[in-house]
Design a protein around this ligand. Structure first.
Ligand code: NAD
Ligand code: TYD
Length: 338
């Protein structure tokens, strides 16, 4: 099978590329990535010389390039990760989110149709469903109406609608997965868990928005990769699958406490800061459809996976210290005024 992975130099994409090449060494994989601030070729150093892997630096909004790639590389399956992915950056400036997440997805869909791609798998987020209240027992499922509340979530929701429209209107064989917050190795240190780990290791404070009692449904990135694998091999076209983790309802502040505890530091490194505008209170995902239809379930216990993740950041300080310079520091100052 020949795969075109978009955004394969980012956090989840690079975990997926490494996972796929190891599990399916006979497949060909082309990784198209623009290498924005979030893309990092270092993540893929170990496969650079693999003859079945090819990296192409480019933009998913470039119709000529994506058409040529799908044609010349005889692509069977597109796995579409490329996106602007950080809610806080979408609040500071929505424009690249509209371009990459909406126009980029449209450009790929057009090329997929033209090149008779056998499967277009689109990676989306549970954030398209909006926010649950803290006392709600409800979980998002495949029938939950869309109610995105940040420019990021709205751009991902738009992309999801386009992907479904290409299935309904043109019979493009698509699948969609909406997953919860991932964590694990190669996670860019602007997101809560890697930001907390690296700030603690640097002796800095961890900024907690508002009261810190916000809840996410944390999914270890390796479990996400196995879910996408199951959908590509066994999923039904035209279908959406929700993917979630194994957490009990755990708040942001409790996650940071757990990380402090693993590293052996105290709570003086926690700092409450101004809340994010329109901050979604809670996400919770019902993953029973993918479990019943495809036999998938998350394998990693949250505490165990968090410990593995902290250990990875302790061992790979060079990786994140290189990132926490230049553009990152400008962003940090703009976002946190620190
Ligand atoms: P990331 O920000 O770490 O990586 C995004 C990658 O896409 C980067 O390598 C970047 O260079 C590339 N990219 C950005 N714009 C591009 C463009 N125009 N053309 C080509 N490449 C481009 O993101 P991530 O956390 O790995 O997320 C991957 C996907 O999963 C996204 O679609 C995101 O919406 C979705 N998702 C992420 C999470 C999460 O917790 N991280 C949760 C749910 C869904
Ligand atoms: P984040 O990792 O940005 O993911 P998302 O917004 O896509 O869920 O944030 C996870 C949670 O952590 C969210 O409730 C916002 C909160 N948060 C903080 O409290 N402080 C921070 O510095 C960041 C980045 C996030």
């Amino acid at each position: 099978m020949n795969l075109l992975v978009t955004g394969g130099a980012g956090f989840i994409g690079s975990n997926f590329v490494l996972y796929w090449l190891k599990k399916y060494p006979e497949d060909m994989l082309v990784n198209l990535d623009k290498l924005t601030y979030a893309g990092n070729p270092e993540n893929l150093k170990s496969v650079e010389n693999n003859p079945n892997y090819k990296f192409v630096k480019g933009d998913i909004c470039d119709a000529k390039l994506v058409n040529k790639l799908m044609k010349d590389e005889s692509i069977d399956v597109v796995v579409h990760f490329a996106a602007e992915s950080h809610v806080d950056r979408s609040i500071l400036d929505p424009s690249p989110f509209i371009k990459t997440n909406i126009v980029g997805t449209y450009t790929l869909l057009e090329a997929a149709l033209k090149n008779k791609i056998k499967r277009f798998h689109h990676i989306s987020t549970d954030e398209v469903f909006g926010s649950l209240s803290l006392d709600s027992k409800e979980k998002f499922n495949e029938k939950t109406p869309y109610n995105p509340r940040s420019p990021y979530a709205a751009s991902k929701a738009s992309a999801d609608h386009l992907v479904r429209a290409y299935y309904q209107t043109y019979n493009l064989p698509v699948t969609i997965s909406n997953c919860s917050n991932n964590f694990g190795p190669y996670h860019f240190p602007e997101k809560l868990i890697p930001l907390a780990i690296t700030n603690i290791l640097e002796g800095k404070k961890v900024p907690i928005y508002g009261d810190g009692l916000y809840v996410r449904d944390w999914l270890f990135v390796e479990d996400h990769c196995t879910a996408i694998d199951a959908i590509i091999h066994k999923g039904r076209t035209g279908e959406t699958y929700l993917i979630g983790g194994m957490t009990e309802e755990i708040s942001n502040i409790d996650i940071v406490r757990k990380i402090l505890n693993i590293i052996g530091k105290d709570e003086s490194q926690i700092e409450f800061v101004k809340d994010r505008p329109g901050h979604d209170r809670k996400y919770s995902v019902d993953w029973s459809k993918i479990n019943k239809e495809l036999g998938w379930h998350p394998k990693h216990d949250f505490d165990e996976a968090l410990k593995l993740t902290v250990e990875w950041y302790v061992k790979n300080q060079e990786w994140w210290k290189k990132i926490k310079t230049g553009e990152y520091l400008n962003y940090y100052k703009r976002q946190y005024n620190r």
